[in-house]
Design a binder for this molecule. Sequence first.
Ligand code: ZN
Length: 340
Amino acid sequence: MVMALSVRATVTDRGAVLLGKNVACDAFEETKPLRVVTHAHADHMAGLRQSLRTCEKVLMTKATKDMIDVMRSPLFLMSGLVETLDYGKTIQYDEERMTFFKADHILGAAQVLVEDFEGKRIVFTGDFRIDDTPVLESDVLVIEATYGSPTCKRSFSTDIKGSLVSLAQKGLKQGVVYVFGYHGKLQEVMEILHKADLNVPFIAPERVFQVSKVCQNHGMRLGQLMLSTEPEAERLLKNNSPCIAFYHMESKGNVGWDNFRILVSGWEFSSAIHQTGNKEYVVALSDHSDFNGLLEYVRRSRPEFVITDNFRVSNGETLAKEIRKSLGISAVALPQGKPS
Ligand SMILES: [Zn+2]
């Protein structure tokens, strides 16, 4: 009997994206032998400890493994059987084949393609930005929905990278510039500012420093980075000498209150730069597609059936409705029941 497309993938109440018979992505699912971590953001590592204990294999890219090793501990992933898989390489399990493809999001991020026993292509995008993400053709598509509402369109055409560099230059005239962002995004900012030849020291606390080292090992160009506890770094910060300090978004309430501050965030749609305080700015640098980018992926992927990830954000229902309305493709938000 031919299986309905709608049952070949789902998203569970715990946020596991199930593809075909064997694969669970981004959260724990006891019935699936293979666990995939699409990338090293916390909301995609749910229940990883349990998966390591009970799954046959936990799969991720080498870069994602290296990121998790520094964000948790090198011992953490050793509690299970972790296998790294390069983009474009296929593994076979039972009658199914699984392949990772690049997702333009943070270092190591992967899209997942499962080809099942009938040759149906089941795709999970993971988090992605449409710009440099190859669009995979699919029969069933599970797509992230972070900016899945029509209110989430970035219509400004400003050169955001250029604006970021100018803003940093302006701040450096006053001394230390603090940049706040999430892992992965911070390193993207470092790369932009390094390539702009600002000629000032870059400083980072331990965890950001370690994640940056992983990014450098995988080919990102971030320049020389100083640990914030080094005497030279402490001196620069204390004297308010021109330098750039990169901190995780969680630290924005703790450091750099009197300094020039730049927050990098995707939740900004009205303008490329938005002043939020006397010396504080939000820059609209996103590592997710906006609403139009999400629809573009679906259109080019040409699926027969779409599931929007309604676990990690609340825009799943809205995006599914828009896909049905503007593309005429069957779409549901899963898990059900979260208000839009
Ligand atoms: Zn992410």
